[in-house]
Design a binder for this molecule. Sequence first.
Ligand SMILES: [Ca+2]
Ligand SMILES: [Ca+2]
Length: 186
Amino acid sequence: MKRACKRFLSLLLAFVMLFGLFGMAQTVYAMGSLQNVKISSSGILTWDPFPGAKVYVFSCNGAGSTIAASPFDVNDYLAKDGKESGKYTIALYAVDNHIYAGGKPISEIWATTYNYNPSYSYKLGDVDKNGAVNTADALMALKMAVGIIKPTNEQKNITDVDKDGKITTADALKILKYAVGIIKGF
Ligand SMILES: [Ca+2]
Ligand SMILES: [Ca+2]
């Protein structure tokens, strides 16, 4: 009787282990990959919305943050993080909920080596980083000069075209003059 009891217990244990493994196997998702992931020369990361994704996780050298959606400014993120120029492994994946609310990855991890070179990745005066210097940049610079927009560290470098260490209306005016062709450089 004692022996049968032991046998029953070991069978039960085997079942528990088996179901445990089965339970673990269930958490493995049939993941698709993120589509159209691209990073521009100015560090703007874009991708197609992933079905079912509530948020995305962006990571640099393994340290991740939850981000809302495409597009994402990688240079700005690295600048805020105090990163020096150099090569970084950046990665992105979709999550079914906010990670702090127990969200789980639902896409495969997209990763690449990114050459972060902040001093060459933007054009002076191109405040909105769309590749061209125009009146919209001058207006943004003006808003920064009067405190309506708070510039990021990278934007400070881009917008302070006269390099006096401050964003003032003089920078905004220079950007405007450049945008309309009155001056050819800063
Ligand atoms: Ca621009
Ligand atoms: Ca300035």
